[in-house]
Design a binder for this molecule. Structure first.
Ligand code: SF4
Ligand code: SF4
Ligand code: FES
Length: 551
């Protein structure tokens, strides 16, 4: 239990967590206080001087910076006294003195601290009488993903502290002295690490921007949907930013229990896959057919073969809702887990490049592929439905290869997929489905946190359904269930009742940081390399007002 201490801020009494600094104490009670260089997941540097407050001391009131001043019991703090406000404004004016003010062509406009802080705290008249000093270059290529505009930089060192303390790669530094100081990479060492995109999120101004996002969209046009990254079993919390049915970027979503506010570049830039190689109409032997014809043909197949002649092969890419429906399909459901070949590190990344292996365990889906192979060999299984699993991508894996070989001998192979991938070229029928941002779903990550991925938008072809709903329709058609679902969230709302730890959470009330299940973890907690930890009081939701401030 976090110990609380009494303080007085702007004449009012509050309790704040012991050990926090004045910026964090203000955040805990939503008292506005300007800041640039402070970042709650990085070490304090105290260089921008914008978080000036007054505190009472035995020698009278004195000005100090809030981010580097720990709160003491009975401390008396003023964020809005005349002196404090004058000091805050002066620091801000100093930072804006040489700023190029190219907001109309700056990608950060709309989410820029300089803009926000000027409107919230500055509002002074421009006093400069000598020409602006432009420090450094514009649109410099600083690495695979990063563009550096040196003249926009306010030298807050957030990027440097990230590269020193989180990625551990230290590619950026400050050169020269005084007003000539500028941020730059070391000669011959561009920004090249697996987490480089994060520095563009935390840069409070438009000095660091992403090549992949520059000039693509104005941020105020983007809608934001909470979701997860599916590129590895860590399942980082993200926000899907989209408009007009297209995803423009993935941004990390704060989750102190999981990815804090960071994501890796592999996950960040995977949004492009969502928009490409889509299948919008069913295929029969690679020829497009319409949905009516598909329905008739699937009905024929289901009527022609006994239930126990049909197998269902699901991978660790499907949501819990799909797995729950499959659970009621009986013994013919098999899980295929591809080899874990991805890069692993002691920050976030895991080698299992799929989001829901834990779901397969949680719902007890069998992964005894030998039994499936034997049943195919003996002729017991004649038809297979392959669900969201691109087997051919792993055709060099011996187990997957023997599975592919056997499936080729079956009478019919039907493939549910969102994408035109290798496996779609080999199936007799390809049935298009929504991808995970086009539908609702839940996933369980490697450390057993169940999270919600919300539907961001309707797909281009609205005849395309969600996999779990299509499977429910099949079960209903064959009288294997009397229950009809129309949205995966309804499926979640049913299966949560069977799990004590989920009972209290409906789909819409799943906490924003997920639910920690009492279920064995298959990976260590993230940030094993950590050189910096955030204050433990951050974990107290009551005092953690994350949404009130940007990162
Ligand atoms: S580039 Fe951005 S994050 Fe880095 S020091 Fe400059 S303003 Fe701060
Ligand atoms: S660590 Fe894994 S889940 Fe997190 S962003 Fe990277 S690929 Fe996605
Ligand atoms: S935020 Fe406190 S000195 Fe920069």
């Amino acid at each position: 239990m976090q110990k609380m201490i009494p303080v007085k801020i702007n004449g009012k009494d509050y309790e704040v967590p012991e050990g926090c600094n004045i910026v964090e104490a203000c955040d805990a009670h939503q008292i506005p206080l300007e800041r640039f260089c402070y970042h709650r997941y990085l070490p304090v540097d105290g260089n921008c001087r914008t978080c000036m407050v007054e505190i009472e001391t035995p020698r009278g009131r004195m000005l100090t910076i809030g981010c580097n001043t720990k709160v003491q019991p009975d401390m008396v703090i003023y964020t809005n006294s005349e002196n404090a406000v004058r000091a805050q404004k002066a620091s801000l004016e100093f930072l804006l003195l040489d700023h190029p003010l190219d907001c109309p062509i700056c990608d950060k406009a709309g989410e820029c601290y300089l803009q926000d802080n000027y409107y919230n705290f500055g509002r002074y008249d421009f006093r400069r009488i000598v020409p602006r000093y432009f420090k450094g270059g514009k649109a410099l290529d600083a690495g695979d993903h990063i563009v550096l505009d040196q003249e926009r930089c306010i030298l807050c060192t957030r990027c440097i502290r990230f590269l020193d303390n989180i990625s551990g790669t230290s590619e950026l530094g400050i050169i020269h002295r005084g007003h000539e100081s500028k941020i730059t990479t070391f000669p011959g060492k561009p920004i090249k690490n697996d987490y480089s995109g994060n520095i563009t999120d935390i840069c409070p101004v438009g000095a660091l921007t992403l090549k992949e996002f520059r000039f693509k969209q104005r941020v105020w046009f983007l809608k934001k949907t909470p979701s997860i990254c599916t590129k590895c079993a860590r399942g980082c919390s993200i926000t899907v930013e989209h408009n007009f049915g297209k995803v423009w970027r993935f941004m990390p979503k704060e989750n102190p229990y999981l990815n804090r506010v960071w994501i890796c570049d592999k996950g960040r830039f995977s949004f492009g896959e969502l928009n490409s190689n889509r299948i919008w109409n069913p295929l029969h032997h690679q020829q497009e057919i319409d949905f009516n014809q598909l329905t008739i043909e699937i009905e024929n197949i289901l009527n022609m073969y006994n239930w126990n002649e049909i197998a269902w092969l699901v991978g660790p890419y499907s949501s819990n809702e799909t797995l729950y429906i499959l659970k009621s399909f009986g013994d013919q459901v098999y899980a295929w887990i591809p080899p874990a070949t991805g890069k692993k590190d002691d920050i976030l990344m895991l080698s299992e490049e799929y989001p829901n292996e834990q779901g397969i365990r949680y719902f007890g889906i069998s992964n005894d592929l030998n039994s499936l192979l034997q049943k195919i060999d003996s002729g017991t299984i004649k038809v297979i439905f392959i669900l969201e699993s691109d087997l051919y991508k792993f055709k060099n894996d011996p187990t997957t290869k023997s599975l592919i070989d056997k499936i080729q001998n079956l009478s019919v192979a039907l493939y549910f997929t969102s994408y035109r991938d290798e496996t779609s070229k080999h199936a007799n029928y390809v049935i298009p489905i929504r991808n995970y941002v086009e539908t609702n779903g839940t996933f369980i990550n490697a450390t057993s946190i169940l999270q919600r991925a919300e539907q961001a938008y309707e797909p281009e072809n609205q005849d395309v359904g969600s996999l779990s709903i299509l499977l429910n329709q099949i079960a209903f058609y064959l009288n294997r269930t009397q229950k009809r679902y129309f949205d995966p969230s309804e499926i979640y709302n049913d299966f949560r009742l069977e799990h004590e730890e989920l009972k209290e959470y409906t789909f819409n009330s799943i906490p924003e940081y997920g639910v920690q299940l009492k279920f064995p973890k298959i990976a260590e907690e993230p940030f094993k390399n950590k050189k910096v930890d955030f204050n433990v009081f951050m974990l107290s939701k009551k005092h953690f007002i994350a949404k009130e401030h940007k990162q």
